[in-house]
Design a protein around this ligand. Sequence first.
Ligand code: NAP
Length: 253
Amino acid sequence: MSVSDLTAVVTGAGSTRGIGRATAHALAAAGWNIAVLDLDEPSAKDAAHEVAERHGVATVGVGCDVTDEQSVEDALTVLDGAVPPVGALVNNAGITSPTPFLEVSGEEWDRIFAVNLRGAFNVTRRTAAGMTERGFGRIVFLSSVSAERGGGVFGGVAYSAAKAGQLGFTRALARELGPRGVTVNAVAPGLIDTDITGGALEGDRKAELIAGVPVGRNGTVADVADLITYLCREESGYITGATYDVNGGSHMH
Ligand code: NAP
């Protein structure tokens, strides 16, 4: 089975400047058909349209709140018949928050976990069975340098804890699904120029942060998309349960 007979699901790929949309383009350039699931339906459809136009693959864009099991179920039902079977899942949808621990509310904590962890559970749970039945699958989680170093450049304790939870999820799932032909990996980006921080990292603060990055720049969405696409290749079948840093050397361990 070649990737051109399969679909890669990318969650949160609506955001025009985000990692998800860049990943959808990179995977399509590698031959994958693409399904975009995003909270915002028009942007999901826009991303799907843009990817189809640029790469000539089959695409579908669906509005979906990954935190809501029924919404995920409905969105994935739309894929049936519209695009080939799911062969890869990129758990990209995520939200962050810099709120200091002594100020964080239980509600905010739950929201961060709901999107980053429960959301990833909902979509993975619904797509992994088909992958194991076909004996091939690639699952990639968007964790963060925050999970590794205890807070990143923007993420507080809730975000770091949720992103670290994804690493345990990745490893345990890799162990369970490895015998069925499904690899599960995580990528841990450092500071990537997207809208997730809502423009909070500009000017002097940005220059200060870049001073701590050995390669002398912040990351681009293409840097991350390229790594994810590599992990989704058929030839990457011996890589599983791994966490790949993509942080310009800002955190080494
Ligand atoms: P982004 O541009 O904000 O993209 C996140 C996307 O997720 C948005 O399209 C957003 O949709 C969507 N989303 C949020 N909640 C959702 C939900 N409940 N259901 C479905 N979709 C939802 O951020 P990004 O920087 O590309 O981040 C992508 C991933 O990389 C995240 O998991 C993030 O934690 C991780 N990451 C980013 C960085 C960085 O520096 N940028 C570093 C490390 C890790 P709406 O726009 O419609 O709300």
